[in-house]
Design a protein around this ligand. Structure first.
Ligand code: KG4
Ligand code: ZN
Length: 341
């Protein structure tokens, strides 16, 4: 089965070709210009997707040394994401599939992330504990099979990546804040400032808004409301913040490992690129004798390889989507069909 995957849910346009489960190309065009606005501007994102999608898909097919005639399935992200951005990739994919008589599969973006570990040589083993940490979502799941996912917990406020981005902003750093915080934190002392780790009614839920407020209060107390933080203080502040995030995530992972008999641990999503999170989870995996699968960086952030992979899984599972499938109202249903809470 040859699958063309298309992703356009936020600020990355991506096109990938997966042939018989083997990745042939995965091109990702990032919209770096959002930096100057301090976050993603939805309308500008849609326009940029529109400009690049055709050449990107062509390049991806070329890189895979194939052409549209060889493709059997077109899989595209149907949500969740920015509506205008999604519409570009989804409408393009539908049009392409319809005109070229290909099977069309709408893919849930989070499901794409959840199974992204299968793009690696060492794959997760079912059932696996999956920590989804991205800019928009934070979820702790048990993935029992291709079509059975149990949700243990989620965030009650900000997503993990959102916390990195918002804290970076209040520290005067650029967007996206995650990589910049990681870089500064490498030179800092993570135990210098004690930031809080939220404890919630559902022990598997997450909350990051209190941590964000704690960093804000710390800044206001130490430097005054409008003062800039001296650059020399940033390593300790970022390291202490990152330490609190890692604590919040690993506490839940440890609890789940004590309670559920899983075979592997997989950490996915943009924030899974964080080196401190990666090494902490590797350490936990070693301690518990579980295999750990954290995708390579190209598969952590948004990418079409994971969409193509999930599309292939859905086709193999016998899921059919009509061409007049309207992603937005019915997405919830397709999303929920694989979720048991
Ligand atoms: O999965 P993703 O590319 O997009 C969404 O689906 O949301 O995740 C983007 C998020 C951003 O919040 C970004 O700051 C964060 O991933 N991120 C990181 C790192 N690299 C990206 N957060 C912490 N450390 C990193 N190294
Ligand atoms: Zn994502």
């Amino acid at each position: 089965m040859n699958v063309l995957g298309i992703e356009s849910s936020c600020d990355e346009t991506s096109a990938a070709v997966l042939s018989e489960g083997i990745l042939k190309s995965n091109l990702i065009a990032s919209q770096d210009f959002h930096k100057k606005y301090g976050g993603v501007v939805p309308e500008l994102s849609s326009r940029a997707h529109l400009q690049i999608i055709v050449p990107l898909v062509k390049d991806s097919l070329r890189k895979a040394q194939t052409d549209l005639r060889e493709i059997d399935v077109v899989a595209a992200t149907a949500g969740p994401g920015l509506i205008g951005a999604l519409l570009v990739g989804l409408s393009f994919a539908k049009g392409l599939a319809f005109s070229a008589h290909k099977k069309f599969v709408p893919v849930n973006h989070i499901e794409g992330h959840i199974f992204s570990g299968f793009l690696m040589e060492k794959k997760p083993e079912f059932p696996y504990l999956c920590l989804v940490i991205s800019g928009g979502h934070t979820l702790l799941l048990i993935v029992k099979s291709d079509t059975e996912i149990i949700k243990l917990g989620t965030t009650v406020d900000d997503a993990a990546g959102e916390a990195f981005d918002k804290v970076a902003k209040l520290l005067g750093l650029d967007y996206p804040g995650g990589p910049l915080i990681q870089k500064l934190a490498m030179k800092g002392n993570p135990k210098k400032i004690k930031f809080p780790v939220a404890q919630l009614k559902n022990p598997y839920d997450f909350s990051f808004s209190g941590l964000k407020t704690a960093v804000l209060r710390f800044k206001q107390k130490e430097y005054g409301v409008n003062e800039k933080i001296p650059e020399s203080d940033l390593p300790d502040i970022t390291a202490s913040f990152q330490y609190a995030v890692v604590e919040a995530l690993t506490q839940k992972v440890l609890k789940a490992l004590h309670e559920f008999n899983v075979k592997s641990i997989s950490v996915v999503g943009g924030v899974a690129a964080n080196s401190s999170i990666r090494s902490s989870i590797e350490e936990i995996g070693n301690k518990f004798g579980k295999s750990v699968v954290i995708p390579d960086l190209q598969f952590c952030g948004d990418n079409a390889a994971m969409i193509a992979y999930r599309g292939m899984q859905l086709v193999k599972a016998g899921v059919n989507f009509p061409f007049n499938y309207n992603a937005f109202p019915s997405l919830k249903k397709s999303y929920l069909r694989f979720w048991k809470t």
